[in-house]
Design a binder for this molecule. Sequence first.
Ligand code: SDX
Length: 388
Amino acid sequence: MAATPTAPQSAGELSFRPGLEGVPATHSAICDIDGQQGLLTYRGYSVEDLANHSTFLETVYLLIWGELPDADQLAEFEHEVQMHRRVSFRIRDMMKCFPASGHPMDALQSSAASLGLFYSRRALDDPQYIYQAVVRLIAKIPTMVAAFQLIRKGQDPIQPRDDLPFSSNFLYMLTERAPDPLAAQIFDACLILHAEHSLNASTFSARVTASTLTDPYAVVASAVGTLAGPLHGGANEYVLAMLEEIGSEDQVEPWLDRAIAAKQKIMGFGHREYKVKDPRAVILQQLAKQLFDTFGDDPLYDLARKLEAAAAERLGPKGIYPNVDFYSGLVYRKLGIAEDLFTPIFAIARTAGWLAHWKEQLGANRIYRPSQIYTGSTGRAWLPVQSR
Ligand code: SDX
């Protein structure tokens, strides 16, 4: 149950907001959200323009260095990422010791943190070090996600293919076959849509961790752990199960009325910032439709549309609409991706945003250490155990 702000009792309580709702925790030039209008921009470019015209790697470059790369910069960045996709056999062997029943987000958090063992040199004030760390993490996180998928099936991971671009190569390593170009293009747009979102919980974790001047691998591992929660990145995994539980369009309204009466959070709906439909959900819905028109329907799509309409009637007045997680799972399922990989894919994309905030935090760092309002006991007399 979320804490509700109580009437302020002191100066400290004047500024206390549960979950830091509405409290600025940094200055940032990376991403802007207009939650009332449903607008999202990365470094001043609309997410619609980027999803329609850019690529994920070009968007990564924009987010981290603040400008769209020129042709040479883009070619070099793409080449560097391509050359660093492979992961040490030691990390692959470590992943083979993980239980196959473990969640892929736990495997990713462990393997992301282990990169710090292999790249232990730390030079946070060296732009070349920052460039290398960005290349390594952007390149290796997808390889580690795909590797655990093969390993937990009892297979050897597939080595990256240098002739395939970023998203095609990831889908190849994951599904063991090169994807249809349209499928790869739609997947790449999904990564752009998930790449950054200002100071969400996992990005806040990244900034707090970065502010201690630890290494970028620990920063990303900290953010991965935060993203895994069902109230944050983990919701996309639960949306399909929710739709399958509803089962048919005639069950949508009775199911929704029961859920609301039980004060159940509807997965894929609601947002701290957006009080209208998440602009990413608008685009993801279009991408889902494009996939289904090309590769065949998914009955859950029509059911999702019915749920969205019913929820708009009941929850719309409270500003609760579909968020980024509502349609993404339908896209990934059509691409043949297992449901518990939806959040690791979210992490592949959001590594861009986490690293952009890591770099920005280093540029004007002060370690995060907020205060608290103490509500515990005071002046208690010690009692030996035999007297308690
Ligand atoms: C992401 O922050 C980001 O930017 C995150 C993200 C990103 O790109 O990084 O956008 C990614 O995390 C998307 C959100 C994915 N999570 C879900 O879909 C889980 C379901 N959503 C909710 O848990 C909720 O909407 C949150 C966590 C997303 C936001 O919660 P808030 O802002 O803390 O709102 P709240 O829980 O205080 O709820 C306010 C009111 C409550 O009603 P009352 O008690 O005031 O009557 O709105 C209701 C809530 O019950 N509410 C919902 C609801 N979300 C809020 N009611 C039903 N279903 C929901 N989904």
